[in-house]
Design a protein around this ligand. Structure first.
Ligand code: CTP
Length: 443
C-alpha cells in the first residue's frame, strides 16, 4: 500500500492544544465506531503551509451524522444535521465549529469469482474537490494518527506553489472554481498551473460565466474582497477578461484600478486603527468597481449580482450620498469652514462611504480632516440628555431632537465644552424655539 508521510509533529507545533485534543477525541470515537475518520481540505493544506486555520472539516467513512451526535455528546456541543447531504455541523460550547461529512463505503462486486473490493471512499470524496492542494486528508484514528493521505500529488504542488485541478471537467462542473483558483493563487502567492490555466481559458471561451447565477458570483466576489489583497485578485480577473464576463460595465479601467489601490490603502489604515464599526469589504470595493457607472446603469450591475432589494436601495443611496458629499467637501475650507459643517456632511454616511471619500479626496487637508472626523467627531456625544431637558420643564417632542442637534453643533465647534454651558445653551435654545417653532436651521 501507499507510503503515507506522518506529519503529527507539524500538527502538534502548528495548532493550539485545544484543536489537537479535538482531533484525538474524534479519532478515538472513530475507532470505537469501527470506522475511519479524516481531517480534510483547507485545514490540512494550511498545516502544511504553516498558516493557522481553525475551520475543522472531518470526513467519516461511515455514518457522519451519527458520528457528529456522538462527538458532540463526548466533547460538549450541539449538532445541526442535514440528512439530505449526510452532513452535520457540531457547534461546541466554546463556539468552535466542526463540520462532519459522510464518505460512504462502496462495495464493488466483481463478476466471475473475483473478490468484492472495497473502494476507498475517502479517495472518491477528495476527487470531487476543486484543487489538489485542497484534496488532502489527515488520518486521525489512533493507530495511524497524523498520516497524510495524498492521492493526487498535493504535497508536490504545494512545494512547487501550484494550483492544479484534479480533472479536466472541474471548471465546467463548477465555474466558480475559476474565481477560487485566482483567490488561492494570490493568497498563497502560488501560480495556476499551465494545463489548469488552459482549462480556465477554455471555460471562459465557452461563456460559462454568463450562466452563473448572480448569487454565486457575488458570493465569490465577497470572498475575494475579504482577502488580504483583493486588488491583485481583481487585476488577475481583469487580465483573464472575467470582469467583463460577469458584466460589461465592470471592466477594470485604469481609473478604477487607481481608486481601488487607494481604497485598499485606506481600508488597511482603518483596520489598524479601529475595531468598530467593522468595514464590510464588499460594500467598500464594489464602490470602486463601479466608479463612473452612470446612476441609471448601476442597477444593471446590482441586478446581475443579484443584490436584494434592500442591498440595492442602500447601495444606490450610498452612491448618491457620496456624490453629494464630494461636492460639499469641495466647498469646505480648513480654518474657514466650521468643523460642525464637516460633521453634518459626513455624519449620515456609513463608514464604507467615509473611507471611499477619503480615498477619493485629492486635497491632503480634506483627508486629514476626514481622519479627524473618524478619530474624534463621529463618536462625540453631548453631555446633556432627554432627562436633563425634562428636568428643565421642557415637554418631550420634536423640540428635544432639535435642541440636542444644536448642542452637538455647538460642542463640535468648541462653543460649549462643559455640561453647565450645554445646559445653559439648552435653556436659551428652548426659549428661541418656542418663540419661533418653525425654525429648524443649523445653529
Ligand atoms: N470545494 C470545491 N469546490 C467549490 C468549493 C469548495 O471543491 N466550489 C471544496 C474544496 O476542496 C474545499 C472544501 O470544499 O477545500 C471546503 O470549501 P471552503 O471552506 O470554501 O474551502 P477552504 O479551502 O477551507 O477555503 P478558505 O481557506 O478560503 O476557507
Amino acid at each position: 500500500s501507499r507510503r503515507e508521510r506522518n506529519i503529527a509533529s507539524q500538527v502538534k507545533n502548528r495548532l493550539p492544544q485545544r484543536m489537537i485534543d479535538l482531533l484525538k477525541e474524534a479519532g478515538e470515537l472513530a475507532d470505537q465506531l469501527g470506522c475511519e475518520a479524516y481531517a480534510v481540505g483547507g485545514f490540512v493544506r494550511d498545516i502544511l503551509l504553516g498558516r493557522p486555520n481553525l475551520d475543522l472539516d472531518l470526513v467519516v467513512e461511515g455514518d457522519g451524522i451519527d458520528f457528529a451526535k456522538k462527538f458532540a455528546s463526548r466533547v460538549g456541543g450541539r449538532v445541526k444535521a442535514h440528512s439530505k447531504f449526510k452532513t452535520a455541523v457540531v457547534i461546541l460550547d466554546d463556539d468552535q465549529r466542526v463540520d462532519v461529512a459522510t464518505a460512504r463505503l462502496e462495495y464493488y462486486e466483481y463478476p466471475a469469482a473475483l473478490p468484492t473490493v472495497e473502494l476507498s471512499s475517502i479517495k472518491m470524496d477528495l476527487y470531487r474537490r476543486d484543487f489538489t492542494v485542497n484534496a488532502l486528508a489527515l488520518r486521525i484514528n489512533p493507530g495511524r494518527y497524523g498520516q497524510l493521505v495524498d492521492f493526487f500529488g498535493a504535497e508536490r504542488d504545494i512545494r512547487n506553489k501550484t494550483i492544479r485541478v484534479l480533472h479536466s471537467l472541474s471548471f465546467v462542473e463548477d465555474p466558480t472554481r475559476i474565481l477560487r483558483a485566482i483567490r488561492f493563487e494570490r493568497r498563497f502567492d502560488f501560480q495556476i498551473g499551465g494545463q489548469t490555466m488552459r482549462l480556465i481559458k477554455n471555460a471562459l471561451s465557452l461563456k460559462l460565466f454568463s450562466k452563473l447565477s448572480g448569487t454565486r458570483v457575488m458570493h465569490e466576489l465577497q470572498l475575494i474582497m475579504n482577502e488580504e489583497d483583493p486588488l491583485s485578485c481583481m487585476l488577475r480577473m481583469q487580465e483573464l477578461g472575467i470582469m467583463e464576463a460577469i458584466h460589461p460595465l465592470l471592466k477594470l479601467t485604469q481609473e478604477r484600478i487607481q481608486i481601488l489601490t487607494e481604497l485598499v490603502k485606506v481600508h488597511n489604515w482603518y483596520k489598524l486603527l479601529y475595531l468598530e464599526p467593522k468595514i464590510v469589504p464588499w460594500k467598500l470595493y464594489i464602490l470602486g468597481m463601479t466608479a463612473g457607472v452612470k446612476r441609471d446603469q448601476t442597477t444593471q450591475v446590482t441586478k446581475r449580482l443579484h443584490f436584494t432589494p434592500k442591498e440595492e436601495r442602500e447601495f444606490l443611496q450610498l452612491r448618491d450620498m457620496i456624490g453629494e458629499a464630494l461636492m460639499k467637501l469641495m466647498g469646505w475650507k480648513e480654518g474657514k469652514s466650521k468643523l460642525s459643517r464637516l460633521y453634518s456632511i459626513l455624519h449620515p454616511i456609513p463608514v464604507e462611504g467615509i473611507l471611499f471619500l477619503m480615498a477619493r479626496s485629492r486635497k491632503e487637508y480634506i483627508r486629514r480632516n476626514i481622519s479627524q472626523y473618524l478619530a474624534r467627531l463621529r463618536s462625540m456625544a453631548v453631555d446633556v440628555n432627554g432627562k436633563d431637558l425634562m428636568d428643565m420643564g421642557i415637554k418631550p417632542g420634536p423640540v428635544f431632537g432639535q435642541i440636542l442637534d444644536k448642542l452637538m453643533v455647538a460642542k463640535i465647534d468648541g462653543r460649549v465644552e462643559t455640561r453647565e454651558d450645554q445646559l445653559k445653551l439648552a435653556k436659551r435654545l428652548n426659549k428661541e424655539l418656542s418663540e419661533d417653532p418653525a425654525d429648524t436651521t443649523e445653529a
